[in-house]
Structure formats: C-alpha cells, structure tokens
Design a protein around this ligand. Structure first.
Ligand code: ASP
Length: 278
C-alpha cells in the first residue's frame, strides 16, 4: 500500500522523540504532524472534501491523566492536531467550526489551504456518483465509505510509562458540511488512561455508536492483553463496516483491522500477531 512508508516514517519520528526521553504527548504530536503533512493521507494536507467542496477536519489528543484537546470541522489550518493540543491548555476539550478557526488564528496558526488537486479530483468523482445515483446503499444514508483511506492516528508510551493517544482526519467520503465523526470525540476515536492508549479509524458513525476506543480501553484496564482487547473491539462489527484499531498498553502495542491499514510499531505486544505493515 502506498502509505506504508508514510506510516513508518511518522512512527520513527515519534519514536525518536521517545528515545530522546521526550514525553508520549510530544511523540504522538510529532508523528501526527508528519502524517498530516503527507498529502496522501486523509488528514491535514490532502483531506477529503465535503460535498460542498470544503475541507473540514477533526483532530484530538488525550493523555493518561485524562487531559484532552480536540477540534472538529476546522478549516484552513495546516495541522489540526497542533490546534487540538492548544485546546488542551484551555478549560475546554472540544472547539468546533468557525470558532475553532478563530481560536487557531488567535493562537498564531496562519491560514493554510489543505486542499490538494487529488482531493478535488476525488470530490468531483463523488459528485458524479451522487448525480448518477451510483451509490452503494451506505452512501445513500451519507454514512460510510469504501475503505480506510487515511485517517491518521498514533499511540505512545514514553520512558516514564506515560501514555498518549491522538487522531486526525479529513473525514470520510460523501460527507455533509458540518458532519463530525468519531475522531475528535473522546471514547469514540481515541481514549487514553493509566492502562494505555487507543486510537481507531473507520466509519465514524459506527464507531460513535459503540464508543469503540473506550470499549477497547476498558478491556485493557480490566487486565486483558492489548491484542485481545483490540480483537474484541473489532468483533463488535460486521465485516462490511471498515474498522481499524491501534493501541498500546503495559504489554506493548497491537492492532486489529478488517481492511488494509498501514501501521508501524517498534513494540509488539507479546500476544500480537505478526508485526505487520499492511
Ligand atoms: N473515522 C473517520 C471519520 O469517520 C474516517 C476514517 O477513519 O477514515 O471521520
């Protein structure tokens, strides 16, 4: 898959931070910035477009002391994850839409257009499909997409054993303006606590319905191995619903997915399947 090298490069950027003794939150942030800046990923530069042609992005970050920051439907910023991290410094957790953009500007994030020629091409193809009524049943309900095309996420455990989870996305195909998926919602797209960190990708509405990240986290907190917890989370879904999960716990890192998902880790859990980059 084309994005494999991007996942590995971002993983190595995050790992370098941890190996230098940096905190998990910096490792996750730097890895996600690298992924947002990779135009092949559906996050930051290269984000998918809404049906009205705009890029509205979601991002979140959470640490094991339950501190968190998130933005939803934010426009014209380069790195939504950096704005989410700034939200962490306010009394709030989630800022949305134009007010999130205004907050970003106040915090010094310059206007940046993340729309790429490739994203415009995909958007035109989507519009054509809508015009022709050439949509799979799920898209008629405006709620799904064909495959996991690049929401980005990262989880980390630092040398002091602290955890952090993060996520960033341009959303999915056939999205109405203003739609917010799972990625900026704690417990859905990400969760982090003393037992570990979880970040997921897939059909946002389905992830929201089952509060997937918290489901996986709760199993880890209950003593399940990280791999077993991810597998249990995946089993909540029929195979027709695209889902990908990454997590790190005290026994290492694990993943579970029912589509190809580029991922990279230096720390497979003992029970993990082959440490694979799909
Ligand atoms: N979960 C994201 C969303 O629904 C999409 C994805 O993971 O690809 O916004």
């Amino acid at each position: 898959m084309a994005v494999v090298d991007g996942a590995e490069e971002a993983g190595r950027i995050g790992l370098a931070v941890l190996q230098a003794g940096g905190p998990a939150i910096d490792g996750v942030t730097d890895a996600i910035v690298a992924l947002e800046d990779d135009p092949r990923m559906n996050a930051g530069t290269g984000s998918r477009l809404r049906i009205d042609g705009r890029a509205q992005m979601d991002a979140s970050i959470m640490t094991d002391d339950l501190e968190a920051g998130a933005v939803a439907a934010i426009e014209y910023v380069k790195n939504p994850i950096l704005v989410a991290r700034k939200v962490m410094e306010t009394p709030h957790i989630l800022l949305v839409g134009p007010d999130a953009v205004r907050f970003a500007r106040r915090m010094g994030f310059r206007r940046y257009d993340p729309v790429t020629a490739e994203a415009i091409q995909r958007w035109k193809e989507s519009l054509e499909k809508i015009r022709k009524g050439d949509l799979p049943p799920y898209a008629r309900k405006w709620m799904a997409f064909k495959d996991l095309v690049g929401t980005v996420g990262a989880v980390a455990r630092d040398s002091e054993g602290r955890f952090c989870a993060g996520s960033s996305t341009g959303g999915t195909a056939f999205m109405m303006p203003g739609r917010v998926g799972d990625s900026p919602i704690l417990g859905a797209g990400i969760y982090c606590g003393p037992a570990g960190a979880v970040s997921v990708t897939g059909t946002g509405e389905e992830i929201l319905r089952r509060v997937l990240s918290k489901f996986v986290y709760d199993r880890m907190a209950g003593g399940r191995r990280t791999q077993a917890a991810c597998d249990e989370g995946l089993r909540l879904y029929k195979r027709t619903v695209p889902i990908g999960i990454i997590a790190v716990g005290r026994d290492g890192a694990a993943e579970a997915c029912n589509r190809s998902m580029a991922w990279w880790t230096n720390a497979p859990a003992k029970s993990a399947r082959r440490n694979r980059i799909a």
